[in-house]
Design a protein around this ligand. Structure first.
Ligand code: ZN
Length: 210
């Protein structure tokens, strides 16, 4: 994709994001561009139908995720993007993916760079990112171009919570552990509900489809 097309695409896709997440993403994109990379937003908001496709084809493990968030009146307010390395779009380079994760962390976001890895390999990735060792030869997780907020959960987003603007409020550890507790709670309740959730999911899809 040539440079003007890439920039036009990013500009358009940023409009599909919730404003505070869009601001975080602008910072991530600017950071990577300053390191001579050319990030391209491949996917931002996903309709319920597209999410189902992504779920069915194994590109997402969620039936409802950060990509699907809307305002109460149905306007796209995605809290996730897939940010490809436009100079190597079919297989984003490992250095790009590690730098992306590092840039995301500076704005309270995370990527899927470690997802699905065994603990030791996940730790190796985290250590490379924390140490700025972006050329490290590490195994990469299954969704490394996916960027999402690290300070709220999908369950919270679905309930209407939105991440604060970048740099607005970081209360560090207590905030994060609060989030983790909420996440664990959400996971537990998801598990409990899963059996009886088919009908409900259908209803939700219909509601959002409108
Ligand atoms: Zn994604």
């Amino acid at each position: 994709m040539d440079e003007s097309a890439r920039i036009a695409r990013n500009t358009q896709r940023l409009t599909e994001l919730h404003p505070s997440f869009a601001q975080r993403l602008r910072n991530v994109i600017a950071a990577l561009e300053s390191q001579s990379f050319r990030p391209r937003i491949q996917d931002a908001w996903r309709s319920p139908a597209d999410q189902l496709k992504a779920f069915s084809s194994g590109h997402s493990k969620l039936r409802f995720g950060f990509h699907n968030v809307t305002s109460p009146n149905g306007q796209p307010e995605s809290l996730a993007v897939d940010l490809l390395d436009d100079d190597s779009p079919l297989a984003s380079r490992s250095e790009y993916l590690l730098r992306l994760a590092a840039a995301a962390a500076t704005v309270h976001c995370q990527t899927g760079v470690g997802w699905g890895l065994p603990p030791a390999l996940k730790e190796a990735v985290a250590a490379a990112i924390a140490g700025g060792d972006f050329k490290a030869n590490v195994k990469i997780g299954w969704d490394p171009t996916h960027v999402e907020p690290a300070d709220i959960t999908v369950a919270q987003a679905r309930a209407g919570v939105r991440p604060p603007a970048s740099g607005a409020a970081t209360r560090g550890r207590s905030r994060r552990s609060g989030g983790a507790t909420a996440e664990a709670r959400a996971r537990g309740s998801r598990k409990k509900k899963r059996g009886a959730s088919k009908k409900k999911a259908k209803k939700t899809r219909r509601r959002r489809g409108g």
